[in-house]
Design a protein around this ligand. Structure first.
Ligand code: ADP
Ligand code: MG
Length: 295
C-alpha cells in the first residue's frame, strides 16, 4: 500500500498545481522545519513600476539615461528589466538593444553593456562597487520609503539612479501565518537591499522569523546551510537564476512555474504551476498525511 499512497499523493499534488519530481520528495517535504523564501518574484509579484528616475550629471539628461538603461535592460530577463523598458517606451524612448556590445549579467548585482562607446553599469550598490564607484551607498540610505533603488554608472561615475516599487503576492502573509500555525518557521533571503527586505517584512507581519538581505547567489547557499544546521530540514522557494544554487542545496527546492526562470525549475524538486504560494503549506500538509499513512 506504500507506493499506492505515494502515487495518490503525487496525483493529488498535481491536481492542485504542484509538479513533484518523485515520491521521496514528499517524504523530505513532510519533515520541513523552516521555509526560506526568495523575495523578488516569489514573495512579491516581481512586477515592478518605475517610481522615479534622476540624473546626477549635468552631461547626461534623463532621456539619455533612459535610452541607455532601456537598451541594455532589453537584453535582461530580470523582473526589474521589463519595468525599465516599459518606462522608457511610456516616455517615447525606443530602446536599441542592437547598439549594446559586451552585455553582461552579474547575478544579484545587475547588468552592464557598452553603448555609443561608453561602459554603462545598472544595478545595486554592489555593481557600483564593481564599477569602481564608492559613493553609491549614502544615496540609497537617504531614501527610506522606497522599495528598490537602482544605480546607473558611466564607467566609474555615478550618473543616475531610479526607484522601483513591487507588491507582495496575494496570500503571501496567509502562507507564512499558516506555516507558523503548523509549527514551521519562515525566513526571507534576498539579493535586494536591507530597506527593501524590511519593507516586505512589514507587509508580511510578525510570522516571518528572519530576514537576510544583500545576498549574492552563493550567500543564499551559505544562509541555507546555516538554516539547515540551526533549525533543521529546510525548504527553499525561489524563481530566479540567482536562487538556483540555494534551491539545489535545500532539502526541498520549490520553483515558481509561471514567471520563474528555466534554471530554477530545472534545479528544484517541486514546481508550483500557479503563483499562489498558499499551495506550499497545503503541500506540506499533504506530504505529512501521506507519511502518516505509510508509517
Ligand atoms: P532577489 O534575491 O530579491 O530575487 P536578485 O538577486 O534577482 O533579487 O537581484 C538582487 C538585486 O540586484 C536587485 O534588487 C537589483 O538591485 C539588482 N539587479 C539584478 N538584476 C538587475 C538588472 N537586470 N537591472 C538592475 N538591477 C538588477
Ligand atoms: Mg527572485
Amino acid at each position: 500500500s506504500t507506493p499506492v499512497a505515494i502515487f495518490c499523493a503525487l496525483l493529488k499534488a498535481a491536481r492542485t498545481g504542484l509538479v513533484v519530481k518523485g515520491g521521496d520528495i514528499l517524504e523530505a517535504l513532510a519533515k520541513t522545519k523552516i521555509v526560506a523564501f526568495d523575495k523578488t518574484g516569489t514573495i512579491t509579484k516581481g512586477e515592478f513600476t518605475v517610481v522615479e528616475l534622476w540624473t546626477l550629471s549635468n552631461d547626461v539628461n534623463t532621456n539619455t539615461l533612459l535610452f541607455w538603461i532601456s537598451s541594455i535592460e532589453s537584453k535582461s530577463s530580470h523582473p526589474m528589466a521589463s519595468a525599465l523598458v516599459n518606462h522608457a517606451r511610456l516616455n517615447s524612448i525606443e530602446p536599441k538593444p542592437e547598439l549594446v556590445n559586451d552585455f553582461q549579467i552579474y547575478p544579484g548585482e545587475g547588468v552592464s553593456g557598452d553603448i555609443n562607446g561608453k561602459k554603462i553599469y545598472i544595478g545595486n550598490k554592489r555593481i557600483a562597487m564593481r564599477a569602481g564607484c564608492m559613493e553609491a551607498g549614502p544615496v540609497g540610505e537617504e531614501i527610506k520609503e522606497v522599495v528598490t533603488v537602482g544605480y546607473v554608472l558611466m564607467g566609474t561615475l555615478l550618473v543616475g539612479f531610479f526607484t522601483l516599487s513591487d507588491t507582495c503576492r496575494t496570500g503571501a502573509k496567509e502562507c507564512i501565518e499558516e506555516l507558523k500555525s503548523m509549527g514551521i518557521k519562515s525566513a526571507l533571503l534576498t539579493g535586494d537591499s536591507v530597506a527593501a527586505a524590511m519593507q516586505a517584512q512589514k507587509q508580511l507581519g510578525d510570522a516571518i522569523e528572519e530576514i537576510h538581505a544583500e545576498l549574492l547567489p552563493e550567500d543564499k547557499v551559505s544562509r541555507l546551510s546555516d538554516l539547515k544546521t540551526r533549525v533543521g530540514p529546510t525548504t527553499m522557494v525561489g524563481d530566479g537564476m540567482n536562487d538556483a544554487p540555494a534551491l539545489a542545496k535545500a532539502d526541498v527546492g520549490i520553483s515558481m512555474g509561471v514567471s520563474g526562470s528555466a534554471v530554477a525549475m530545472e534545479t528544484s524538486h517541486i514546481t508550483l504551476m500557479s503563483n499562489d504560494i498558499r499551495k506550499i503549506p497545503k503541500a506540506i500538509r499533504l506530504a505529512r498525511s501521506t507519511q502518516s499513512k505509510i508509517i
